[in-house]
Design a protein around this ligand. Structure first.
Ligand code: NI
Length: 145
């Protein structure tokens, strides 16, 4: 387990589209461990692999009720609307209002390749949307109201 360097705004890596993760091995497990360590050390509630320079469709989220590891996540349902302030570990000190769904359902794989679905409402829905956006090279500043 190790804390990785978070890539900051201005780096083109944040605009790249990430590739599907096809292997579920020790390397993926240690990347997920490092991503969680890095997110917690930075006091964030989500982190995408591209933010540590790995262009794979992988992210971690913890809004205070436990760590969720998402490999190849896809939003399969959206409900409602919320408008809230959002920030990003790659844009320290910058915040802005975005419009996001109030509730989302996400389908993803776990670190062993098993498919699962997870639902989020409020902050958790926003975190899922924000992190999955990163995997498509989209940052919150592209979504400002
Ligand atoms: Ni972010």
């Amino acid at each position: 387990m190790a804390i990785r360097t978070i890539i900051k705004s201005g780096d083109e890596v944040l605009k790249r589209v990430c590739r599907t993760q096809l292997t579920f091995d020790e390397r993926l497990a240690s990347l997920l461990d490092d991503m969680a360590d890095t997110m917690y050390a930075a006091d964030g509630c989500g982190l995408a692999a591209s933010q540590v320079g790995i262009l794979r469709r992988i992210c971690v989220v913890d809004v205070g009720d436990g760590l969720i590891e998402l490999v190849n996540p896809v939003i399969i349902e959206k409900k409602g609307v919320q408008e809230e302030q959002e920030g990003c570990l790659s844009f320290p000190g910058e915040y802005g209002t975005t419009v996001r769904p109030m509730k989302v359902k996400v389908r993803a794989q776990d670190r062993n390749g098993n498919t699962f679905t997870v639902e989020g409402e409020g902050l958790k829905a926003r975190a899922f949307c924000h992190e999955i956006d990163h995997l498509d090279g989209i940052v919150f500043k592209d979504r400002l109201k």
